[in-house]
Write a protein that binds this ligand. Sequence first.
Ligand SMILES: Cc1cc2nc3c(=O)[nH]c(=O)nc-3n(C[C@H](O)[C@H](O)[C@H](O)COP(=O)(O)OP(=O)(O)OC[C@H]3O[C@@H](n4cnc5c(N)ncnc54)[C@H](O)[C@@H]3O)c2cc1C
Length: 562
Amino acid sequence: MIYKHDVLVVGAGLAGMRAAIEAHNQGVDVAIVSKVYPVRSHSNAAQGGINAALGEGDTWESHGYDTVKGSDYLGDQDAIEILAREAPAAVLELEHWGVNFSRDETGHLGTRNFGGASQARTFFVADITGQALLQVMFEQLVRVGVRMYNEWFVTRLIESEGVVRGIVGMDIRSGQLHAIQANAVVLATGGMGRVFEPSTNALINTGDGMAIAYRAGARLMDMEMMQYHPTTLKGSGALLTEGARGEGAYLLNSEGDRFMKKYAPNKLELASRDVVSRAEQTEINEGRGIENCVLLDCRHLGKDLIMRKLGQIHELALELAGVDIVQEPVPVRPGFHYPMGGIKTDVDGKTTLDGLYAAGECACVSIHGGNRLGANSLLDTVIFGRRAGAAASEHSRALPSPADSFPLGETALQQETERIRALLDRPSVGELAAKVRWDMGVNMVKHCGVFREAGGLTEMGDLLHSLQDRATRVHVGDKGRVFNTNLTSVLELQFMLDLAVAVQVTALTRTESRGAHTRTDYPERDDEHWLKHIQLQYRPEGPEIHFTPVTMTRWEPQVRSY
Ligand SMILES: Cc1cc2nc3c(=O)[nH]c(=O)nc-3n(C[C@H](O)[C@H](O)[C@H](O)COP(=O)(O)OP(=O)(O)OC[C@H]3O[C@@H](n4cnc5c(N)ncnc54)[C@H](O)[C@@H]3O)c2cc1C
């Protein structure tokens, strides 16, 4: 089948839903596609909260400065100004839509401290903020009646000579491929956590949209900037929110020492994430860890506060590590969490391709630069989701009906049908997608981890070549059509390998240490040569590298200490 809409949003997390609601409000015909039922999107897993300078005495300038400093001066300041200025209205809009934010003793919206912030400006719903936001956003989407293609897996864009006019996707329930033509496509496909093992991310976070856009000719930016979160649970790698440290929990090494006083004497555990992750990893590397972990101590917070504000992490630690955080400190370590990089966009979500927009975690505006501050990502999704929805609608209104791209859609659909058939027809011998993915993931953490250096990065480059070769022999054991997750996992593996190469190449290129990118062979930040973004353009022979300036408005680079 070929379907048609003015604007098509891919992804039904917070960014996608916010974009779709905005497009609907702008009066265009909009639809939304998601490979999982919308409320299963990873936004659901967000725990700690969402930032806004709403409190007394707080200002958007302070939020903006903290974000710029957090980014290690790589964030584009025009975009950061928009984020900080629009935050209060965006959070109040969510509250008016029905998000039951936690309140303080006086009945006002409550705030908690978060890393890298000079004021407590994180608004939260206990430690299930994402779930609360996503459910309310979904209600709004249902209320306005946006058409949804749920459990549809998008495999490629309909693109020709730099112009995008829709997608090809598979209805996972039937295995049938369809084209959806649209004047504008907004990608809101979320993160790429599963390129790394372990990771705090859902299994569905395989970077599909980033890879699809990249292959179609859009640029990726800041891909060397990958965030490791300081408090991920031993073993599973599940996230224990920064909100725990925000409420007063602290970190101890094997000697019972609160080691953050050495690394960040002013902010201690609430320094930004890159700083805390590096400190933990240094303690572990220098022999003051406990089985590759340090300890997160929540005991002094007391049972009442823990159960009221940190109930989910209490449950996670108990179920996944057998530790009751009321009674004992819990082993944690830095774990892969979030890509600061993604599809390069302007402040209206526009990518380098005509008709293609991106927002949320898959996009790089660039707000987060070298390091994202906790609770700025949920904010990023609603602010830039809305802006991308508006810009895509405007783009669509200036064009004739999506039917005009008809021949393009049919050709893309045919090509994709043949490609998938060939994949299914591969003989059932050879490599398993899961095995190739695992080998990629553990080695990405090893070589593109908290600390990196040329030798390991080069080794990773060679390994990625051999993994790509192995991926050409991956087979799909399940030959059926209905809910063939074996097939989708093979498609996801291809996306992830492209992104792994992008991370490795940019990490090797940037010969300095900035934000989350720490090169042990180039330990200093080097503003003279590296105050710039690295952009990548897909080429079959390997990524083509471009450098672009960082946009500065009012904040000059300074020495960064916490
Ligand atoms: C455990 C955890 C806790 C977090 N806590 C916080 C926090 O407290 N505060 C904060 O600010 N940030 C937090 N973050 C980060 C934040 O939650 C995410 O960055 C944000 O929610 C991402 O939203 P999104 O809309 O961009 O993507 P997602 O919510 O990940 O949604 C992606 C969507 O894309 C769809 N999709 C993907 N690929 C395809 C495809 N091929 N075809 C069709 N559909 C596709 C998926 O179905 C899904 O609907 C946390 C992240 C994690 C993992």
